[in-house]
Every structure is written in C-alpha cells, then in structure tokens.
Write a protein that binds this ligand. Structure first.
Ligand code: MCN
Ligand code: CUN
Length: 780
C-alpha cells in the first residue's frame, strides 16, 4: 500500500510548525553564547528594548523571577533555559527577544550587550576528570568534578576469570564520534497562552507530545487539561525532537508576557550547534576466545561525553541507555561493562540519530571487536561469526547482561546475506585485486537490537511508565478513526496504523483515519523513539481493533439470532478492500460484514443485556518485553591508495523485523538508515577546536551523504515473528542506522589489511584514510 500522507507531502501541502500562523503572532529569536565556557558578568538589554519593533526581551534573570531559569532534563539533571551564571557551551541560549517580525527580532539580538569572563573549556572527554579540569557544573551543590555517573552491567568476576584463563585475548580502543541527526526541518515552536481561558497551546515538532505536556504541567504547575501540545507534520526527527529545548520554553514565556502568540524557529546553524547530538562514546573493548575461534567473554570500558547538561533521553534506570546489549548476536559465557558519564563544554543530548538508546554504539563496538579477533586468529570474519552466532533453539535467550532476546534465526539471515553478496566470489576478486596492488574491502556486520521500550516494571522516563494507549471509534457506516499517542516524523504511521486496523477489522485501510500529534485528541502514551511505535502503539492498535471485533461478534450474534460462540471470523481476500465478516459456523453464507454490523450497532436493533451498542473501544498496552530485530549486512568498498577516497561499491542488507506491516515502508526505513551509516562511517563528525568552538555548524562543514555516495542498496528479508507481539512485528526504524556503520568501517579496514591496519576511527574521510595508510593513526 502506498503512503497516505504522501498525497499532501508531494504536493507541498504538509503542515509544519513554521506553517502555523496565528493572528497577532509575534516572533522570537535567541541570543547565543559565543564562548564554550564563560562567566556572565552583566547583560544590558536596554538598547534592544528600545528597538521600535521589539515587544519583550527575556533573560535568565527574567526567568529566575518566574522560577523558570532552569528546567528538568530527561535524565534527572537540570538545564539552563537562559543562562544566569555561566555559559557552558558555544551556542547556549542567553537571551530571547520577541518582536513584531522575525527580522527585527534577529536585528535586536545585536543590540544586547553581554559582558563575559572567558573560562578554560573542557572539550575532550578524556580530560574531563583531570584534577586541574575546571568544574563545569558549579551550579550543582557539592559538585567537585565533571563526573556525572558511574554505571556497570554484567558479571565482573566471572568475566575477569574467563579472561584470566583465555587462550586468546584482543583489545581495541575506538571512538564513536559525536554526530548529529540533522533533520531537514529544524526545531521551533508556536506558543499561544490564552489569558481568558488559561489554556496554553504549543505547536512544536515533538516526537513525544504527551511526555512534553506532562513536563510542562509539572514545571509550570498548570493542570494537563489547560495545556495542549500539537505536533504537526514533522520534517524528520531522528531522536533530535524528543526533548524540550529552551526555545520552546522561551516561546511560552514570551506569549505569557506579551499576551500574544509567539513563534520561534531556529536556523540550520542553531540546530547543528545546540540541539541533541548523538554518540560521543570513547570505548575500550576486549574479547576472550579460544584459539579455534569460540568467543567466550567481552569486557568494556566507556567514557561517555554528555555535554554541559545531562539531557539524554532514555529509560531512567539506564544511564547508558541499552548499551549493555553489546554482547550482540553471539553466544557468550560472560560480559561486563563500565560506563562513566562526564560533563564537557559541548551541547547536551546523547541519545539521537536512530540510536535505539545507544544500541548503535554497542553494535559498532562488538562488530569491530569481532573483526579484530578474526584478524588475530587469521579467520575469515564471516566464518568467525557463523561459529558464534546464537542458534534458533537458544531462543528465548537470556544474555549475560540480562536481556531476553525474544526470537531469532541468525544463521539463516547471515547465509542469505552471503548468498546475495556472492561472498566467496567477492573474496576471490579481492585476492586478485590485492595481487595487483588494488585495495578492495568486504565488511560484515551482524546486529541485534532491543526496541519497543518497554515493560512498565523495568522502564520509565522521569517516572512515566512506557505503556501506550489506543482508541478506536467505528462510525455507523463502518469507517473508523484510530487515535494513538505515537508521532510520525516521516515513518508513515497514518498508513501502517490504518493497515493494522484494516487487517484486524476486515475493512479497507483507506476507511481508517489515524489521528495523532495532538494531546487534546489522543490517549496518553510516551511517543515515538527507540523504534517503539510498532512494538508498543502498534500492538495497542491491534488489541483495540480486536476488542472492537469481539464487540462486533456480539452484535452480529443478535443480528443473526445465534450464540456468539457459534460465529467464526472470516476474511474474503478476493473482495474489494478486505471484507471481514462474522459467519455462522457450518453456514458461511449466513454472515454479517463489519460495515453491516457497525450500522446495526448504532441502530434500533435489540441487543442482549450487557451489550452496550456502538463499537468503540480503548486499550492501554504494556509490552511484556522488548522486541529484538536483527540483520546481516555486507558492504563492499574500493579504496584509492593515492587519495584515501572510499567508494562504497555494494551494500547488501538482510533485515529481520518479524512480520512486516508495510514492506515498502520498511524498505524505505532501511534505505534511509543505510545512507545514515555511510554518512557516519565516511564523513560525519561534530568537531570542536581546543577552545570549544564548533567547527561543523553548517552543511558546508558537517557533511551528509547524498545519492552520489550511496550505492543501489541490495535488500533481503527473513521473517522471524516476535512471539509476544500481537502481530509478530518487531521495530525496524533504526535497524539500518545501527547496523550499517560497522559494516562500512569493517570493509575499509579490510581493504587496508595489506598495510597491517586493524582499526581506524570514523569518519573515514579521504584525509583520515590517507593518514592511516601513511602510518599515522589519527584520533578524531
Ligand atoms: N513497520 C512495518 N513493519 C514492521 C516494523 C515497522 O511496517 N515490522 C513500519 C511501521 O509501521 C512504521 C515504520 O515501519 O511505519 C517504522 O516503525 P518502527 O520500527 O516501529 O519505528 P517508529 O515508527 O517508532 O519510528 C521511530 C524510528 C526512530 S527511533 C528514528 S530515530 C527514526 C526512524 O524511526 N527517525 C525517522 N525512522 C525515521 N524515518 C523518517 N522518515 N524520519 C525520521 O525522523
Ligand atoms: Cu535514539 S533516535 Mo530515535 O530513538 O528517536
């Protein structure tokens, strides 16, 4: 089925936050810090206030008077809305101007005089804990260092014991550089506070409208029904639109202060400098194995750079997200990791860019380590993986760090990828080329993800459990409206969720409207990230539709004058759309279609006692477990030894996300993620100079892949249903972004093997590859 939403998108008729225009609307702009770390001595706003078009100038002092200078983050830290004492990263929000038009607001920013006393900046996470390092968060009581947390998972003693007795051990340090999701649409908000009704309406591109509303309610002390969060069409979120940004709060305060609606839209540089970054993990991994290639244990130490405020979005219990799924797809005896989080003078964030809560970092780590081990043992990396992948009869499988993988048939998927790639032929071609001095590389990655957060008893965000509601109304004519809390940013929920309802009710998906992105119109739920929509809201949708179907059975029984137990659900696949009906067992011609039942449910038909009529239903779905999609990726590259240029020649991706609701959308998700992976592996990095100046604040400096850098993707598919999801579906929205970077890096390192190279850090730009070839291993 084609995407319903494309009808408006391809006509330029989408409705994004910047398309929202209200009568009397004012415009805001943010003054940002030029320094990475500096004390604020004074702020003079008088000249800006005197600007004829300016209606308000808001500083940290203004906000402090309202108790809003600081706001809670999703990781139980606080973040400055507008700086009062110090600025802690370049681009941090310092003042907010509200004016009659956007240009005047920007002009007035230049009239604000801020007197800064520059301080030494902490730019490199590896220096953050040094004795002489300046303490960034002196606002936090009793804080004497830049350490945020120490966290561990797994069994240290057992892991150490295996390492002590291992035949072979390898270790490798690696960096997953700081990158940025860089969605097409930047962030912004329109806030409208109505003084008469006391109702606040906020339009902003949020991935989690209900979570935003509850946070506003808690911070502002307003009841939830006085706050309406509307998330219109979103031009890409990729995790960067989960949190609440200072600009949103400023727009709200601006509207309260001026009594008029206020719009704030950031530009590209602001987006790249100040909104949620991703990764920035400094990892050190070790593997213990037998000489014939049986992997026994993995030990990891991580230094996690969280920037100036700990604003990572992830289930509260897990400060490193789901990083401890780093044992990957392999049958290990033990594993242990330690993660230390530190503050630096960089923008906050950390969990974004299709990361599945840090599964990206985990998969990169283990898949790089496996290749280093293969090189050490002189084994083919495909062969080493095949020897160690979990076997189908091991599922459900409990990993050494405590995850319960729901289902998998890894070897089948791996073999399919090797078949599509023609693996043996590729190796033969590589040998020929090497003999001629040409550099060709073949890289493999096998990943397992943990998506669909999550079971309420294990997972919450700021105390909010991660269950999702769904409401389904069926009109008398058999058309339906589904209301869900998840929020599409391009994933096509209006199509796939309609398909789920259509499938369950036996009506055409075109007859189902999906309402989302408006807290006044939808049931509570935690939103779209961590590829949780299909696993959680999708399950809620299937279940609420099944409830409706069961109500329909009672009505059908009254219509057919039989017992509900004598009815069978049948689908006529040949009918126009999908015709579902309740039919009398043994007499399939006596049946009532969903449309007939819907009309009867709203009619004068006599219904038995206890049957209420109508077909509407609601549900709340609390997932029993996460879903564990997986896949095998093979990348083929050619490297120019003279220039260091990497060309991705082929990319084979076999994904298993259980049952696919819309195969076209799933393939689109995979295409996008594979392009992400090529981008991160070869060109993307948020770089800073020693003073903390941001070196990637435009698309001239922060590079995104284009179709020129991407090959024609070769996809394959296996289907291992999730045993606990009502449709057998697993999430897929982040799979390819998670799985592809290690395949590309493994391919480049494989190409460079003749130089004795075992590792090189991303991004593998021509300059970096060239330096590695020259024997000057760089650090990003
Ligand atoms: N789907 C399906 N069958 C499955 C699994 C998924 O048909 N077995 C469909 C779903 O119904 C949905 C899409 O594929 O239409 C993605 O579903 P899912 O895996 O549940 O992921 P979410 O909808 O929760 O999307 C979130 C995920 C994340 S976390 C990031 S980051 C990301 C991604 O989606 N951001 C995106 N893909 C993106 N795609 C676009 N265009 N824009 C973004 O910002
Ligand atoms: Cu980590 S990016 Mo997605 O979960 O929104």
């Amino acid at each position: 089925m084609h995407r319903k939403e494309d009808a408006r998108f391809i006509r330029g008729r989408g409705n994004y936050v910047d398309d929202v225009r209200l009568p009397g609307m004012l415009h805001g702009a943010i003054l940002r810090s030029p320094h990475a770390h500096a004390r604020i001595l004074s702020i003079d706003t008088s000249a800006a206030e005197a600007h004829p078009k300016v209606r308000a100038v808001i500083t940290g002092q203004t906000l402090a008077g309202l108790n809003l200078a600081w706001m809670p983050t999703l990781s139980n830290d606080v973040q400055a809305v507008l700086a009062t004492d110090k600025v802690r990263f370049q681009g941090q929000e310092v003042a907010f101007v509200v004016a009659e038009d956007a240009y005047s607001a920007r002009d007035a920013l230049e009239l604000i005089e801020v007197d800064y006393e520059p301080l030494d900046a902490v730019v490199d996470a590896r220096r953050a804990l040094d004795e002489d390092s300046p303490v960034i968060r002196d606002d936090l009581e009793g804080r004497t260092s830049n350490r945020i947390f120490d966290w561990e998972a797994g069994d240290r003693e057992r892991t150490d014991a295996i390492f002590a007795g291992a035949e072979v051990t390898i270790n490798q340090d690696m960096i997953y550089p700081r990158v940025h999701p860089a969605p097409l649409e930047t962030c912004g908000a329109v806030a409208d506070f109505d003084k008469v009704t006391g109702k606040l309406t906020v339009w902003c591109p949020t991935q989690a409208p209900h979570a935003h509303r509850t946070l506003y309610a808690l911070v502002a002390g307003l009841p939830e029904h006085k706050i309406r969060v509307i998330s219109p069409d979103i031009g890409g979120g990729f995790g960067g639109k989960v949190g609440i940004y200072p600009g949103y709060v400023c727009a709200i305060v601006g509207s309260i202060v001026t009594g008029r609606p206020v719009k704030w839209m950031e530009d590209r540089s602001e987006n790249l400098m100040a909104t949620a970054f991703a990764r920035d993990y400094h990892m050190s991994g070790e593997v213990a194995a037998t000489r014939d290639g049986v992997i026994q244990a993995i030990r990891v130490k991580v230094l996690a750079d969280h920037g100036a405020f700990n604003g990572t979005a992830q289930p509260t219990k897990f400060p490193a997200g789901f990083f401890h799924v780093f044992t990957g797809s392999y049958d290990l005896q033990a594993a242990h990791c330690e993660v230390t989080g530190v503050y630096t003078n960089k923008a906050p964030g950390g969990v974004a860019y299709a990361c599945s809560f840090r599964v990206t970092e985990a998969v990169y780590l283990v898949e790089r380590l496996i290749d280093v081990l293969a090189a050490e043992l002189g084994l083919d990396p495909a062969e080493l993986r095949l020897r160690n992948l979990l076997k189908p009869d091991q599922f459900p499988y409990t990993s050494p760090t405590g995850w319960e993988y729901d289902s998998g048939d890894y070897i089948k998927t791996m073999r399919m990828a090797m078949d599509i790639a023609g693996y043996d032929k590729l190796r033969a071609e590589q040998a020929d080329k090497r003999a001629r001095g040409e550099l060709m590389g073949i890289g493999i990655s096998f990943f397992t993800e943990a998506v669909g957060a999550g079971p309420r008893k294990h997972m919450d965000i700021l105390g909010l459990g991660m269950a999702d509601g769904a409401e389904l109304r069926v009109h008398p004519t058999g058309k339906a409206v589904l209301r869900v809390s998840c929020q599409s940013q391009g994933q096509g929920h209006e199509t796939t969720f309609a398909q789920i309802v259509g499938h369950e009710l036996g009506i055409p998906a075109d007859d189902v409207e999906v309402v989302h992105g408006d807290t006044d119109q939808t049931p509570f739920g935690l939103g779209t990230y961590g590829s949780r929509s299909t696993p959680v809201s999708g399950a809620a949708t299937a279940i609420v539709a099944r409830k409706v179907r069961e109500r329909a059975r009672l009505v059908a029984a009254a219509m057919l004058e039989c017992s509900p137990d004598d009815l069978d659900w049948q689908i006529d696949e040949s009918a126009e759309g999908r015709a579902g009906s309740w039919a009398v067992r043994g007499d399939p011609a006596s049946r009532k279609s969903m449309q007939e039942i819907a009309l009867a449910a709203h009619s004068a038909l006599e219904l038995p006692d206890g049957v209420e009529g109508h077909l509407d239903a609601v549900t709340v779905y609390n997932p029993p477990n996460l879903t564990y999609p997986f896949g095998a990726y093979i990348c083929v590259v050619d490297v120019d030894p003279g220039t260091g240029q990497v060309k991705v020649r082929r990319f084979v991706a076999v994904d298993d996300c259980g049952v696919r609701i819309n195969p076209m959308i799933v393939e689109g998700q995979i295409h996008g993620g594979l392009a992400d992976g090529v981008g991160m592996a070869l060109m993307q990095v948020m770089a800073f100079d020693e003073e903390g100046n941001h070196l990637g604040a435009s698309f001239m400096d922060y590079l995104l892949p284009t179709s020129m850098e991407c090959p024609s993707w070769e996809l394959g598919e296996t289907v291992t249903p999730s045993p606990h999801h009502p449709l057998g579906a697993k999430g897929v929205g982040e799979s390819a972004t998670v799985g592809s970077p290690p395949a590309v890096v493994n391919a480049v390192v494989d190409a460079l093997a003749p130089y004795g190279i075992r590792h090189a850090d991303m991004p593998l730009t021509p300059a970096n590859v060239w330096r590695v070839i020259q024997g000057d291993p760089f650090r990003t």
